[in-house]
Design a protein around this ligand. Structure first.
Ligand code: SAH
Length: 346
């Protein structure tokens, strides 16, 4: 029988498991605390539980713990990239970024990705599998433990499409914001999606306070289709309607991510179309000069083009920032550390 992944359980579900193992209800609370508050990485460590109970857990339950296989620290800004190995041998990438307002962790939501965005390194090998709630939590837990830094912010912008792993993502968010766990405020969490319309609408109805970031990357449907295959399935107009719905239901300001690709989506005509698209929405545009990926031919526009793009948007009354590049010396583009590791170990 497969052992139960108890770190993925809600408190209510854990209570049920503890009862089934023949233990008193208050043990569930202790066990939950060991996992989600004290971030224990073994059952042995859980010394307030009886030896018998710990033995039972070792035999019948699985404590998901990620193993760091590589940690790189930027000499420029302290950004750290973590490469973690999962129990089945797959590896995933996570990032710790230190800002004045707190520490932010960027997690992966899947092993690989099946969305196929043309400029993205994470999708090159396709999707291997979804991450479980415990495996998403562990990226935050291990980073907080290993770095000794308190994590206050979360972005789901690593490898994977979070809304393609919907149920696990939701459980993860609820566990991470649980006052009996790390208690990270949902207002400090951002989930980025390539635009899976039905799941944006579903997310809007969950009663969460998280920020939704939409990967827009183009100012019209035709251009978007060339960069993002998911656009073949969902019309841009419908994606934006779903975003409006998200704002109506949650009151959370939307973020639009726009990767600037030299000669592809960086013209003043793009600025005008983009302005028309989002005008009147409570939103913020985050410009990301595209990270060159060695398997792809895309290039960053010149700095002057990036600045002109931003200035014109501002003149048009749109909130816009250029994403500060973190950890330039350890980076390569997103997902590249994992790819180079996989290639080296083949
Ligand atoms: N699947 C989610 C999360 C992906 S990564 C999504 O699509 O939003 C977070 C952001 O980085 C997305 O906006 C993604 O499009 C962008 N991105 C991916 N590869 C990039 C690259 N090489 N350069 C710039 N941005 C990139």
């Amino acid at each position: 029988m497969e052992r139960e992944d108890i770190k993925s359980l809600t408190y209510e579900e854990l209570q049920e498991t503890v009862r089934r193992l023949g233990e008193k209800p208050f043990r569930a609370k202790q066990l939950y605390q060991w996992m989600h508050e004290k971030l224990a990485d073994s059952f042995e460590e859980m010394t307030s539980l009886s030896k018998e109970f710990r033995t039972k857990l070792m035999e019948q339950a699985e404590l998901t713990v990620l193993r760091p296989v590589d940690i790189r620290t930027s000499a420029l800004d302290g950004t750290q990239k973590y490469l973690f190995e999962l129990a089945d041998g797959n590896v995933i990438e996570s990032v710790l970024m230190k800002y004045r307002h707190g520490n932010s962790v960027c997690i992966s939501s899947q092993v690989g990705c099946r969305m196929g965005c043309r400029f993205c390194a994470s999708t090159i090998g396709g999707l291997t599998r979804n991450l479980r709630p415990s495996e998403m939590l562990e990226q935050v837990y291990r980073i907080q433990k290993l770095s000794g830094e308190r994590v206050s912010n979360l972005v789901v912008m690593g490898t994977g499409e979070p809304l393609d792993n919907y149920e696990n993502l939701l459980k993860f968010i609820r566990l991470l914001s649980d006052p009996n766990g790390l208690n990270i405020s949902q207002r400090n969490m951002t989930v980025s999606t390539c635009g899976i319309v039905p799941n944006i609408r579903r997310l809007a109805d969950e009663g969460l306070q998280i920020t939704l970031a939409l990967s827009l990357h183009a100012s019209n449907q035709e251009k978007r289709k060339r960069l993002m295959p998911v656009a073949n399935k969902y019309e841009l107009a419908d994606v934006l309607d779903a975003c409006r719905y998200y704002f109506e239901k949650t009151g959370r300001r939307l973020t639009f991510e726009y990767s600037l690709v030299g000669g592809v989506n960086d013209t003043l005509q793009d600025v005008q179309e983009l302005t028309a698209l989002v005008k009147g929405m409570n939103c913020h545009i985050n410009l990301i000069p595209v990270n060159p990926v060695k398997e792809r031919e895309y290039v960053q526009p010149d700095r002057s083009v990036v600045m002109a793009f931003k200035n014109k948007l501002e003149k048009n009354g749109i909130n816009v920032t250029i994403r500060r590049e973190m950890g330039r010396d350890i980076n390569g583009a997103c997902g590249q550390l994992r790819r180079s590791y996989i290639e080296e170990n083949r």
